[in-house]
Write a protein that binds this ligand. Structure first.
Ligand code: GUN
Length: 291
């Protein structure tokens, strides 16, 4: 059993991005510039945005966090998006999700210019990706593809079972893995809360992608011997053993599932660090539009 170290792969890819930025700067080209918009006080979102800001600094990007109050109206947020769309200095930006309940996430996503949509959530990017055209690929699915490539995990003809049908992870990764070429050529099944005989279906997976958002949902009896297990979950649960007062759990019951796997991603240190790298990749790609 091999533990997939997203931490290690992310560190390597971060170096590559940093080197490209240094090259740009040496040629007198302005550094890539990423803006993150954070509305409200969601604890996890503040942590994620902090990680994104730190990564920008490490690879040599300019970055800024626009912090807006929980009571921000949809109209106020759409105005900020409009000005970011028009700002020639800004290469790409994201609006951290989830948003406060009174703001329509879909409206916000659709307001972001597809050219600056480095999250790849705008329907134009989603449509382009599914059509196999050049697009910004959402960070988590892209991070998973990078891990499969790095560890040279065979995907051709494999049955990939994706558990979870979110627009951010489940649907896009299912699409990418069904595409022609490597890492792809999989036969893909998407499972969700209404799937009949879910355990039996997941047990057919040569590759299982767990993206349900429910801590330790996938148990050993759902996994075939020798499967590749990719755990996208990160649920914070209280813990008296850590300084922060919480610990992170994946969607997979790691201790009992790991011994059955050929490869598995841990939580933390698996998919998580890769998502940040993919956002950096997309921002670099956005900056290259002006080169
Ligand atoms: N919330 C959880 N994941 C993401 C992400 O990839 N992008 C944004 N904007 N919000 C998120």
């Amino acid at each position: 059993m091999t533990i997939i170290s997203g931490k290690e792969v992310a560190a390597k890819l971060k170096q590559d991005i940093g080197a490209e930025v240094a090259e740009m700067v040496a040629k007198g080209i302005r550094r890539p510039y990423l803006v993150a918009v954070l509305v409200g006080n969601d604890g996890a979102s503040q942590t994620y945005v902090g990680h994104k800001e730190k990564a920008c600094h490490e690879v040599g990007f300019e970055s800024k966090v626009v912090r807006m109050d929980e009571s921000t109206t949809e109209e106020e947020l759409l105005k900020v998006i409009d000005s970011l769309n028009k700002d020639p200095e800004v290469d790409g930006f994201i609006v951290q999700l989830p948003l406060p309940k009174h703001i329509s996430e879909q409206k916000v996503i659709e307001a972001i210019s597809p050219l600056k949509d480095v999250d790849g959530f705008n329907p134009e990017n989603v449509g382009r990706m599914i059509s196999g055209l050049d697009a910004y690929i959402p960070a988590t699915p892209d991070g998973i593809m990078e891990l499969l490539k790095y560890y040279q995990i065979e995907t051709k003809g494999k049955h990939c079972v994706v558990v979870g049908r979110s627009n951010i992870v489940g649907r896009p990764i299912a699409n990418l893995l069904s595409m022609k070429g490597y890492p792809g050529d999989c036969t893909v099944t998407i499972c969700h809360s209404r799937t009949a005989n879910l355990k039996e279906v997941v047990r057919q997976g040569d590759i299982v992608i767990a993206a349900i958002g429910q801590a330790e949902f996938v148990t050993a009896d759902m996994i075939k011997e020798g499967a590749v297990v990719i755990d996208v979950g990160i649920t914070r649960v209280p813990s008296d053993k850590t300084k922060s007062g919480f610990k992170l759990l994946g969607d997979v019951k790691y201790d009992e599932v790991a011994p059955k796997c050929s490869y598995i991603t841990p939580v933390p240190g698996g998919v998580g660090p890769m998502t940040i790298i993919s956002l950096m990749k997309n921002t670099l790609k956005a900056a290259k539009r002006r080169m």
